[in-house]
Design a protein around this ligand. Sequence first.
Ligand SMILES: Cc1cc2nc3c(=O)[nH]c(=O)nc-3n(C[C@H](O)[C@H](O)[C@H](O)COP(=O)(O)OP(=O)(O)OC[C@H]3O[C@@H](n4cnc5c(N)ncnc54)[C@H](O)[C@@H]3O)c2cc1C
Length: 399
Amino acid sequence: MKCADVVIIGAGIAGASMAYFLVQRGCKDVMIVEKEDSPGYHTSGRSAAVLSQLDVDEVFMKLSLMSVPFFYSPPSGFADVPLIHPNGILVVGQGASFKLLCGLARLAGRLGIASQEWSPEETVGRLPALEKRFVDGGLFITKDGALDVHALLWGFLNGAKKGGARLELNAEVTDIHVEDHRVRGVTTRAGEIACRWIVNAAGAWANPTALLAGARPLPLTPCRRHIIVTRPREDFPIGDWPLTMDTSRHFYFRPESGGILASPMDQEPMEPCDAKTDEIQVARAADFLTRFTPKIAPKTIINQWAGLRTIAADNAPVIGEDPEVKGFFWCAGQAGHGMETSPALGEIAAHLLLEGYTSRFPEALIAPGRFHRGRLAWPAIVARRAASFLGWLARPNRP
Ligand SMILES: Cc1cc2nc3c(=O)[nH]c(=O)nc-3n(C[C@H](O)[C@H](O)[C@H](O)COP(=O)(O)OP(=O)(O)OC[C@H]3O[C@@H](n4cnc5c(N)ncnc54)[C@H](O)[C@@H]3O)c2cc1C
């Protein structure tokens, strides 16, 4: 039987980043087990690949803000290419929702998220594919940009492997051994592994994985989202545009391989699976481009895919040891933020597993135990998050 100190289930961005930071902190006996034949096959290989810090949710906003320095200056030797193409993110919209977002951006500015407000003329001048009649203005988030998710995922994996971690592919975990409420090992399709810790970084399969360990499932819902890549009908020059998100119509687009990548920002709950596309959502994405950005209306759809974003009921990630099954550590619920928060979340998770605490983040906001207190937990969760946000706002220049 093989042995490891820590077995990480899942070689997506959550498992890879946590393995990297465990190794960095001296825990080298780590084994990542992945059911597919390549890392990042599921959600991590299907994202829109951007860093977009502004969010109505403070937990993910803080975590992506904390990750920014890593993207701009990764450790030496982490990747051969820059992790970020810093061309910003442009948010456009109309009416009250757009005004609210501009207000939020001003608040977020106090936290260190720099943005510029553009008039409708300036917005269309900078992004000529937009129609002035559909935008009340633009909000440009300056330090955002496109992430190289391949370099990021492999940077974490190669860094972990260099430090001693092992990666086993085609090794689906089919059973988890627990004795006296403590994990002892796993059965995989590639054999058995004895271990002290098991990390549940199984993405959409986080709850089925918890059930294998006899842990209580948490309110985590995998939700499908679509992306299409199109060739525009007209020969309209596509510039180095930022990802542009229309908050009034709920869709986004950005340049991709000489064409346009777009998403209808759908969010359909589903059972964990290898998500396939649905023609209605593909048509919706194409329709958004045709109606609201007619200059880049699609001629053909050259690629399409769907992935599952796994979202916790309070829209915060779930990071920490299970309160009832010792040694079973959750690293799940990254929702639509797993890439942009991976440096901060991987490091926080490694701290929590090895030291049992972290000074980097209020751990109660992300602990799995927050859901274990039944209905009474909700007022406590809301109060804790409000207090944390207000406390954070009160501290100027806080990254
Ligand atoms: C359309 C779309 C756009 C997105 N855009 C962005 C974006 O622009 N920026 C951003 O930051 N985030 C974005 N996201 C979200 C981001 O992709 C996810 O948060 C992130 O990939 C989740 O990573 P993960 O490692 O938890 O899950 P996954 O990548 O799904 O990894 C989980 C792994 O666990 C493995 N596994 C499961 N069960 C077992 C088992 N029993 N045994 C062994 N292995 C197992 C799976 O095979 C899988 O490889 C987007 C997501 C989607 C779908």
